[in-house]
Each structure stands twice: as structure tokens, then as C-alpha cells.
Design a protein around this ligand. Structure first.
Ligand SMILES: *Cc1c(COP(=O)(O)O)cnc(C)c1O
Length: 234
């Protein structure tokens, strides 16, 4: 239902002056995604001159059966470019390397403005090796999927509203004290992203960690929330 609304909102926002549509799926910071069916429909109704930029930075964490990483639509000849990064599931953010996949016709235009040596040779070697490392990707995916469930469960116990995520983070609503709670977590050595930068002042975005890291986060959050309640009641 929500996705249908998003579909109409996007179509409604497109005018004859629109040149490019950017879609981030799974999205940052919500963790929501656009289904294969809706994506297909969208590509079919968009004006043919429009380029679709499909940011799939978190694609490897998505487990929904109707998720698409966009590549099938590149192969089918639609005018879209799929972006990938080695900063997320591959854990190579310091190397500054990613890639795009699109038809030769789209790439041809990018090559006209691409700077020479924009990705260093060592980073390219590491990226190519990372692509072969299925075991790392599988283990990270499994750990992330388990961690998501662990945090969902904790948020439910704490009665905190959250958005189900296809990514490696969860957006959770902490209420008007979100910034204070974020700062208190920071004092305990736990770093989450405060939602203020996305105009979500009542939310924080929590990255999924290893089981023991998630446990430590849940413990501190539980304590902070409990002490706040005491404070409010007194
Ligand atoms: C991390 C991220 C990227 C990729 O960033 P790098 O510059 O490759 O580290 C792209 N899009 C989104 C939404 C991201 O969160």
C-alpha cells in the first residue's frame, strides 16, 4: 500500500523538465525498498528521455523475495544506471571504490567527463578480489539478518516504533528525547546516527552490529529509557 503511494508520488512529481530520477533501494535512512513489480511499472511509465539512477549500496543486505538490485532492468535495456559500492557489505569504505552498471550507450556519455585514474589501481584489485569472496558476503548477510531480528525484538519489548529494514540499519523512534538519548548512548561509547540531519528529530538510525554489540546497545538503551521514566514520574 505504502509503495503504491510512493509510485504515484514519483509519477506525479515528474514533468517534461525532469531529466533524472534517483532511487535508493534499500533506502537510507529508512531501510525501505521498492519492489521489483513497482520498479518495472515505474520504468514503463517514465518518459523515455529520463535516466534512472538506482543506488543499490545496501542491496546485499536485502532478503525480501520481491527485492531487485536493478541489474535485470539494465540487462533488459531500460535507461538506468545501477550504482554499487564496496563500502558496505564488503567493508572496504577506506578504499573509495564502487562501480556503475548501465548500457554502453549511457556509459559512453559518462566516459566523456570521467577523470583519468579516478579509482586507484590497488583499490580496483581489492574490489575485484572482494567480488569473489562469497563466503564473507554470506556470513555478513546472515549475521545482519539475525541482528535485525534481535533489534526488532528488543524494540518491540521496549514499545519503540521502528521501520522494518532491508538494510544494515534500523530507523527507530525514540520520541522528543531522542537527541538526549543519542547523547547518553554516545557517553556510554555507543554511536548511533541522530535523525536530525534527515529532519527526523524523534528518530535515530541504529546500525546492526555483532550479536554482543547489539546486546550491549539494547542494555544501555533499556537503562537510559528506564532512568528517563523515573525522571518523568518524579
Ligand atoms: C554508503 C552509501 C553509498 C556509497 O558510498 P561510498 O562513497 O561508496 O562509500 C551510496 N549511497 C548510499 C545511500 C550510501 O549509504
Amino acid at each position: 500500500m505504502i509503495i503504491t503511494i510512493i509510485f504515484f508520488k514519483i509519477v506525479e512529481a515528474v514533468t517534461e523538465r525532469s531529466k533524472m530520477l534517483c532511487i535508493c533501494s534499500p533506502n537510507n535512512p529508512t531501510g525501505t525498498y521498492i519492489s521489483k513489480r513497482v520498479m518495472h511499472h515505474l520504468l514503463d511509465v517514465l518518459p523515455k528521455h529520463m535516466l534512472v539512477l538506482f543506488d543499490a549500496a545496501y542491496s546485499q543486505f536485502a532478503t525480501a523475495s520481491d527485492y531487485t538490485n536493478g541489474l535485470e532492468f539494465v540487462r533488459a535495456g531500460y535507461p538506468l544506471i545501477v550504482l554499487q559500492t564496496f563500502s558496505k557489505i564488503y567493508g572496504l569504505a577506506g578504499l573509495r571504490v564502487g562501480f556503475g552498471a548501465a548500457s554502453a550507450d549511457i556509459i559512453k556519455h559518462i566516459m566523456k567527463v570521467k577523470e583519468p585514474f579516478n579509482v586507484n589501481a590497488l583499490a580496483q584489485v581489492a574490489a575485484a578480489a572482494a567480488l569473489q569472496d562469497d563466503e564473507h558476503v554470506q556470513l555478513s548477510l546472515q549475521s545482519n539478518t539475525r541482528g535485525r531480528e534481535q533489534l526488532y525484538h528488543a524494540f518491540q519489548e521496549l514499545r519503540l516504533p521502528f521501520i522494518e529494514s532491508m538494510s544494515n540499519f534500523i530507523l527507530v523512534e525514540l520520541g522528543p528525547n531522542a537527541k538526549l538519548i543519542y547523547e547518553q548512548l554516545l557517553n556510554k561509547g555507543i554511536i548511533v546516527r541522530y535523525g536530525g540531519i534527515w529532519q527526523l528529530p524523534h528518530h535515530v538510525r541504529v546500525s546492526i552490529g555483532k550479536e554482543e554489540e547489539n546486546t550491549a546497545f539494547i542494555k544501555e538503551l533499556t537503562e537510559i529509557l528506564a532512568s528517563q521514566n523515573l525522571f518523568e514520574w518524579s
